[in-house]
Design a protein around this ligand. Sequence first.
Ligand SMILES: *Cc1c(COP(=O)(O)O)cnc(C)c1O
Length: 362
Amino acid sequence: MAHVKLHIPGPVEVSDKTFEAFRSPMIGHRGQGFKDLYAKMQPQLQTLLSTRQLVYLSTSSAWGVMEGALRNLVSKKVLCCMCGAFSDKWLDVAKRCGKQAEALQADWGSPIRAEDVDKKLATGEFDALTLIHNETSTGVMSPLSQIAALKDKYPDVMFIVDAVSSMTAVPLDFDAMRIDVLLAGTQKAFALPPGLTVFTCSPAALSKAASAKDRGYYFDFVEFEKNARDHMTPSTPSISHIYALSSKLDDFFAEGLDARYARHRKLAQMTRDWAARHGFNLFPEKDYESVTLTCISNGARPGGRVVDVAKLQKLVKDQGFLIDGGYGKIKGTTFRLSNMGDETEATMNQLYAALDNAMKQL
Ligand SMILES: *Cc1c(COP(=O)(O)O)cnc(C)c1O
């Protein structure tokens, strides 16, 4: 069957070069070969996240570490900052882990605002918060550095941040933000196959984790730290992913991180321009649009064009591209186009041409 190229916001298209690295011959995860592989990547990962902390590799999708962070770091009550399907879900996950949890709910399409977080934290009830930097379901990027600045006022609150669909596409300055956990699954902007999560923890998070009862083993942050010091992971990792990540990091630094960030900004703007040319409105509140995907309103916002999304998807798929028809409660009233990973102006123009073609038939 012919491959349909992914322009959904994760998983995204994986290059042949990455797959070649992925299928490297297997090695033992306690041997020197593995340690050398991880040790070579560690400074690249630290540069990527602007941190002097060790960066960990978890063989799980992002939710593993998202749940793990709750188990390691919440002893009193967690504030779940919610503005879309993924961030809303974190509240449910916290409750399923038996944690006291409270919602700070923003409307879908709006960002999380620092002043609202401040008001909640001022109650003194919370020892942790969860925040999604780039809410993939709504295409909204929340002002992370403004929210992180609250750390000065609330040093004992653990700031747990999901950058699943923004890491590698925007600068993330972990140490300067002084947040406590930053994580991303690899099937989004890293453009790797799903199954690996990259994350790091502050010294405060590690010492809090050390005293957490019932933090389990597989996602024990203290184990990750201890093993990372010896260039290893607590349990047998997906070594194939780690080969692929190493190849990808070389790609990032060959392109240059600033060029990579600029490319994502440019391509997202091109997609917004495509939407405007066809009379669509965007779903996100102005100035909070994501740079890795565009969530286009198809009736979710007043005014603007409305089309049969299922038909649009089919017409585009027949030309070899998979686009997303909206997620959760905005399925159908929005649709999403991803530009994250390895996309270029040329590849995005191919997508727009297919979309233009499809629009003529609607
Ligand atoms: C995709 C996504 C997740 C979930 O990742 P899994 O790989 O399904 O665990 C979490 N958060 C955000 C922001 C995402 O985009």
